[in-house]
Design a protein around this ligand. Structure first.
Ligand code: BTN
Length: 255
């Protein structure tokens, strides 16, 4: 597979039935990759999520995709990059989904207020140098409530595209995501988050809603006001002040 990666001048796509983790697969091959190279698997035996969590990856029904990108600006720009990834997935899925797919800061996709997809960005590279970025995307596509019951394994509420679309062409969907992502990352490298801000606001699942932000042990509450140009989450406090936050997990305050 390593040789296939170097076979053509443009970017390449590797498709394997089984991989431990498509992110891991790409991480191990960074020296032979070029920006836009992607890898897809039908099943992951050790799919990973953020914060050391596992990503349940049943065979042949979902999308497990990783893409490599060399980011000349260095690792600091990766925060904004991952927000762009969310926007692109939501916009692509919204061409076929009956209900609107939305983004949840910083790295999730939501459908009907439940998690539909997750993004795991992993990188190597020191400050000052170009960063090598692996963008991992997992989307619940065929794992509908009526075919596979994964509720016992997945410890949060989740949704699936299968419940929203009658017919899904996964090949087409993968290609659309890969193409749109490549274009968006080129734009992001040139102009940063600015051209994406209004698109984020259009898709933000929590905009204007009463939320709580969990940072370590600390809980901060406020009204979600979207993001700023650095990709920080904006929360309006009771006293009217709007404060940017760069980390944490948000959820509805009523939950
Ligand atoms: C999360 O929400 O915690 C992120 C989930 C990311 C899952 C994808 S599936 C493809 C890629 N390979 C992995 O091992 N993880 C990501």
């Amino acid at each position: 597979a390593q040789a296939i990666m170097q076979h053509t001048q443009g970017s390449n796509i590797i498709v394997e039935p089984v991989i431990d983790s498509t992110n891991q697969y790409m991480l191990e091959r960074i020296p032979s990759l070029k920006s836009g190279d992607a890898c897809l698997a039908e099943y992951q035996s050790a799919g990973r999520g953020r914060r050391g969590r596992q990503w349940i990856s049943p065979f042949g029904c979902n999308l497990y995709l990783s893409m490599y990108w060399k980011l000349d600006q260095g690792p600091a720009a990766a925060v904004g990059l991952s927000l762009v990834v969310g926007i692109i997935i939501a916009e692509t899925l919204n061409k076929i989904s009956k209900s609107k797919v939305k983004v949840k800061w910083p790295n999730d996709l939501y459908l009907n207020d439940k998690k539909l997809a997750g993004i795991l960005v992993e990188l190597t590279g020191k400050t000052g140098d170009a960063a090598h970025i692996i963008i991992g995307i997992g989307i619940n596509i065929g794992m509908g409530k009526n075919n596979i019951n994964k509720d016992k394994e997945i410890n949060q509420e989740w949704s699936s595209l299968a419940d929203e679309v009658d017919y899904i062409e996964r090949n087409e969907l993968s290609a659309n995501i890969i193409n749109a992502l490549k274009d968006a990352l080129v734009l992001f490298e040139k102009e940063g988050l600015l051209p994406f801000l209004s698109r984020w606001f259009e898709l933000d699942n929590f905009l204007g809603r009463d939320v709580k932000l969990l940072i370590g042990e600390k809980i901060i509450t406020g009204i979600e006001m979207g993001i700023n140009q650095q990709g920080a989450l904006l929360l309006r406090q009771n006293n009217g002040e709007v404060i940017p936050y760069i980390g944490g997990e948000i959820s509805l305050r009523s939950n």
